[in-house]
Design a protein around this ligand. Structure first.
Ligand code: CDP
Length: 240
């Protein structure tokens, strides 16, 4: 059933690192005319902002709401998604650096951080017409989402995709094993943490993308959105 305060549905995509969530979510959002919320970029922006402020991981456990406010990280609707900002300056590739990637899961395990970002994410999604991707979109941030998807893929395939994103198309065995180890470690941290661990949301469509083309995975999700929208319109008509 659609929430009356929303202009349209929320679609969530959760899954481990490199499962293709963000690229898939962006394209699904584009085809639906919805906004894309890349929640990982919020965690990355906060990690980057803290490092820029000279606040290293050894001081993160003591951070409270006022400290997080003082970092100057913000989010604003932009184009077809949301832009993360630091002191009003748009953050781009700097939030995807190896340093940020290696530390982001440590920050994401902290309660005050998750609380602080929860408010921002819910505010961004309150009107619906949203495709949100991350680790806890369907379980914690938008538990009432109309469509929930859990994307997975083999570790090797996810490693290959990650390296390709970094411009490495013919990796050496050593590059593959190093990147696979980094992904495995982040997946373990994200799945084993106490707060909002990576989980398949109840009722989610599980999509293993290892052998699917990009078009197939996008189309499968769009098909689910259409089914749910048709069922909800029929419910509304039956109630009239
Ligand atoms: O794109 P990639 O899979 O590398 O990760 P991301 O979506 O940019 O997220 C970076 C990190 O932020 C994850 O490894 C999690 O530690 C954290 N995160 C989270 O805890 N909850 C979310 N909803 C999204 C990201």
């Amino acid at each position: 059933m659609t929430d009356a305060t929303r202009a349209g549905p929320v679609v969530t995509l959760d899954g481990p690192a490199g499962s293709g969530k963000s690229t898939t979510a962006r394209e699904v959002a584009r085809r639906l005319g919805f906004r894309h919320l890349d929640s990982g970029s919020f965690y990355r922006a906060l990690t980057y902002g803290l490092l820029q402020a000279g606040i290293g991981p050894d001081r993160w456990t003591g951070l409270g709401r006022a400290d997080l406010d003082a970092i100057g990280v913000g989010v604003e609707p932009s184009g077809e998604g949301f832009q993360v900002l630091l002191e009003s300056r748009p953050l781009m590739d700097e939030i995807r650096s190896p340093e940020v990637t290696s530390l982001v899961s440590t920050l994401a395990s902290l309660g005050p951080v998750r609380e602080w970002l929860l408010a921002i994410q819910r505010e961004a999604g309150k009107r619906g017409c949203l495709v949100a991707d991350g680790r806890d979109m369907g379980t914690v941030v938008f538990p009432g989402a109309e469509v929930k998807v859990f994307l997975t893929a083999d570790l090797l395939e996810r490693t290959r995709r990650r390296l390709k994103e970094q411009g490495v198309t013919t990796p050496t065995d050593e590059q593959v094993s190093q990147e696979a180890a980094r992904i495995r470690e982040r997946d373990r941290d994200d799945s084993e943490r106490k707060l909002s661990p990576l989980r398949r949301p109840e009722g989610a469509l599980e999509l293993d993308t290892t052998r699917l083309t990009f078009e197939q995975q996008v189309e499968t999700i769009l098909e689910r959105v259409r089914e749910v929208s048709t069922a909800s319109a029929e419910d509304d008509r039956a109630r009239e």
